[in-house]
Design a binder for this molecule. Structure first.
Ligand code: PGA
Length: 239
């Protein structure tokens, strides 16, 4: 199975010119770039190999929702992937109930979903069993019952331990493997997703990428995706 590398630029860079420069430099097959919304149209014009991703989407299609962007709007722009439930959004108040609605709307619009799950340090300190319980609960709350009955493809889950995000300190591939396999088991047995992909995210860099790629179907990369040389080196370890 080919690996997927998702570049989550978060609220970076600060200009369209810089976004275009960065995007052109990492425009390779197997990569999805998730820039801030406002750079999506410009990137659509310049990308030849990489796919486009969005960092979020609302659950309604249109209407009086100030500041929101809908999944069909993204789809029309040529966006292929959408990240839902990133821990930075959860920290700003996004609940499992909100994520559940967003997941359904994104899939309904035909976007490939990247659902982020992951535990905080307090839970991790209690051990991997506690982590599994927490993530099982998150999946049950975040994935709407309606989608299980349909054979919707394109489900991607990113396992991102919150304590490893932007921390410069990643999980170990051994522990990540245990959680990733657990997520696959749950998706298969509880939700009947046969072809789900599970990515790892959290302080991925050029040094640790190869280890995580042995245990995950791809990577969700934040900070290192803004550093061209490093990101291309991560890409080489996924080949
Ligand atoms: P990081 O971010 O690679 O900077 O830790 C990952 C993410 O938030 O998706």
């Amino acid at each position: 199975m080919s690996k997927l590398l998702v570049a989550n630029w978060k609220m970076n860079p600060t200009s369209e010119n810089e976004a275009i420069r960065l995007a052109k430099a990492i425009d390779k097959e197997g990569i999805a770039i998730a820039p801030p919304f406002i750079f999506l149209p410009a990137l659509k014009k310049v990308l030849k190999n990489a796919s486009l991703g969005a960092q979020d989407a609302f659950w309604e299609e249109k209407g009086a929702f100030t500041g929101e962007v809908s999944p069909p709007m993204l789809k029309k722009l040529g966006v292929e992937y959408v990240i839902i439930g990133h821990s930075e959004r959860r920290a700003l108040g996004e609940t499992d109930a909100i994520i559940n609605k967003k997941v359904l709307a994104a899939l309904k619009a035909g976007l490939k979903l990247i659902l982020c799950v992951g535990e905080d340090l307090k839970i991790r300190r209690r051990g991997l069993k506690a982590v599994k319980n927490f993530i099982k609960n998150q999946l049950q709350k975040d994935l709407p019952a309606k989608i299980f009955k349909k054979n919707l493809g394109g489900l991607i889950v990113a396992y991102e331990p919150i304590w490893a995000i932007g921390a410069g300190k990643a999980d170990t591939p051994e522990d990540a493997k245990e959680i990733i396999n657990f997520i696959k088991k749950i998706l298969h047995s509880n939700f009947y997703f046969l072809n789900s992909k599970v990515l790892y995210g959290g302080s991925v860099n050029a040094q640790n990428a190869a280890g995580f790629l042995k245990v995950a179907d791809g990577l969700l990369v934040g900070g290192a995706s803004l550093r061209v040389k490093e990101f291309l080196s991560i890409l080489r370890s996924s080949a």
